[in-house]
Design a protein around this ligand. Structure first.
Ligand code: 6PG
Length: 246
């Protein structure tokens, strides 16, 4: 039975990123101590930049980075050197700063002409790495997620096919709203994670979406279907993002 989300609102974006970095490193150290590694699915968008900056500036010795394995929750349908690439953003702001070994970085292949083929290749890599039981799903130690202005998370956008995927770990997802394909982890994988953190900063439409996500069950937003079956769900917000919560 999914547990209730742990919602925390911090006074500023800086306090938000500091707290998120502390939680990331705490979970990471426990994972490494217990199993010798820390498996993380990173998020795209712009918000993670603040967390990455905090980790690089103040947490370089707070985690045994050489035991961290990096994956992605989603990727745009572009090559890794394109400005929109989630890999590029994470590599520039985090991975390159810690000289992470390439064999600890599992990039989603967004460059293939067929996004579904990229998704299938990534699914095979997850299967090889996590070796889930037949019919089971990879269990990440930590999945970082953002919240889009329409309530999407990863590349699970409203009214897209990926929302209904129950078997595959990863799918190509046509997003009509953006006229493009994406590659995304599916709910079965997100909901198998040991820890999932929504990291949301900023007000306006985001604050309204946060209120709906956390206080309007009838909103039926993609982010609301993230309910780890045996894991911790955290919503880390700054004051602006949490400003419309009752
Ligand atoms: C992406 C992300 C997406 C993002 C949200 C929030 O590929 O863009 O995975 O889900 O997290 O759109 O983006 P911001 O952090 O830029 O607000």
């Amino acid at each position: 039975m999914p547990s209730a989300p742990l919602v925390q609102v911090f006074g500023s974006a800086q306090e938000l990123f500091r707290a998120a970095a502390q939680e990331f490193c705490s979970i990471g150290s426990q994972s490494i101590q217990a199993r010798g590694k820390f498996t993380v699915a990173l998020s795209g968008g712009s918000t993670p930049r603040g967390l990455h900056q905090e980790l690089v500036s103040n947490f370089s010795s707070a985690l045994a980075w050489e035991h961290v394995f990096f994956f992605w929750g989603d990727e745009r349908h572009v090559p890794p050197d394109f400005p929109e690439s989630n890999f590029r953003m994470c590599n520039e702001t985090l991975l390159s700063k810690f000289s992470i070994s390439p064999d600890h970085v599992f990039r989603m292949p967004g460059e293939l002409p067929d996004a579904n083929q990229g998704a299938a290749l990534y699914e095979e890599r997850l299967r090889e790495f996590f070796r889930p039981a037949t019919g089971g799903f990879p269990r990440f130690d930590f999945i970082l997620l953002g919240l889009g202005p329409d309530g999407h998370t990863a590349s699970l956008f409203p009214e897209t096919k990926a929302l209904e995927e129950k078997e595959h770990f990863v799918v190509g997802n046509w997003v009509e709203q953006h006229g493009t394909y994406r590659i995304t982890l599916t709910y079965p994988v997100l909901n198998q994670a040991a820890n999932v953190m929504f990291l949301v900063s900023g007000g306006g439409h985001k604050a309204e979406m946060v209120r709906k996500a956390l206080q309007d069950p009838a909103a039926n937003l993609p982010c609301q279907r993230v309910q780890p079956v045996n894991g911790k769900l955290m919503w880390y917000l700054d004051q602006q993002a949490g400003s419309e919560l009752k």
